[in-house]
Design a protein around this ligand. Structure first.
Ligand code: 5GP
Length: 205
């Protein structure tokens, strides 16, 4: 029945790993991709940071105490974990394996360390997307306009962004870059990447 299999639409799920320096507009882009592509799931990470206003446990993150985080880490539940701005973050492995096997696509909002690890763990199934601001100057303007950080935080985030932008040149992590100059256009770019990757011949089962 190989003919049937070749003609079938059964395929492995894809892991879309999206990273960006903070202030590049990633959260908005990710939200709009999830709204416009209802068959795309969000990978819900574990974190030790406190929820921000409007964030929901189990939807945005699983908010856990340090002790629980360490227990899960020791039990091998995480495919990767990282310390970002003084808090721990980790991606649970089981939902990713289940999604790939079931042919469901997952969007992961992780930092560069996470993207590197996930690409290494799933070389065949992960696609790296980096969202970049039009320039570092523009990023600074956006970070200040956001008004959520003090001067010291803005400075730290800019310094980190400078380092993170270097990862774009690292081979094997980011397959795509989306320049977020204008939100609607960047959203279309991200959506196009997802739609095209779904059609790749080598994802067929
Ligand atoms: P925030 O605290 O603003 O939600 O996230 C801070 C940073 O942590 C963001 O760059 C976000 O992408 C990253 N992050 C969130 N979850 C994970 C994760 O599970 N693993 C890694 N490596 N980074 C994560």
């Amino acid at each position: 029945m190989s003919e049937l299999r070749e003609a079938s639409d059964a395929r492995r799920g894809v892991l879309f790993v999206v990273s960006a320096p903070s202030g590049a507009g990633k959260t908005t882009l990710v939200r709009s991709a999830l709204e416009r592509l209802p068959d795309l799931e969000l990978s819900v990470s574990f974190t030790t940071r406190r929820p921000r206003v409007g964030e929901v446990d189990g939807r945005d993150y699983f908010f856990v105490e340090e002790g629980e985080f360490v227990r899960r880490l020791a039990a091998g539940e995480f495919v990767e974990w990282a310390s970002v701005f003084d808090h721990s973050y980790a991606t649970p492995r089981a939902p990713l394996d289940a999604a790939i096997a079931a042919g469901h696509d997952v969007l992961l909002d992780v930092d560069i360390q996470g993207a590197r690890s996930i690409k290494a763990a799933y070389p065949r199934d992960a696609v790296g997307v980096f969202v970049v601001p039009p320039s570092l100057d523009e990023l600074e303007v956006r970070l200040r306009a956001r008004g959520t950080d003090g001067e010291e935080q803005v400075r730290r985030r800019l310094e980190r962004a400078r380092l993170e932008l270097q990862a774009l040149a690292e081979p094997g992590i980011y397959d795509y870059r989306v320049v977020n100059r204008e939100r609607a256009r960047a959203g279309e770019d991200l959506r196009s990447i997802i739609l095209a990757e779904r059609c790749r011949n080598d994802r067929a089962r």
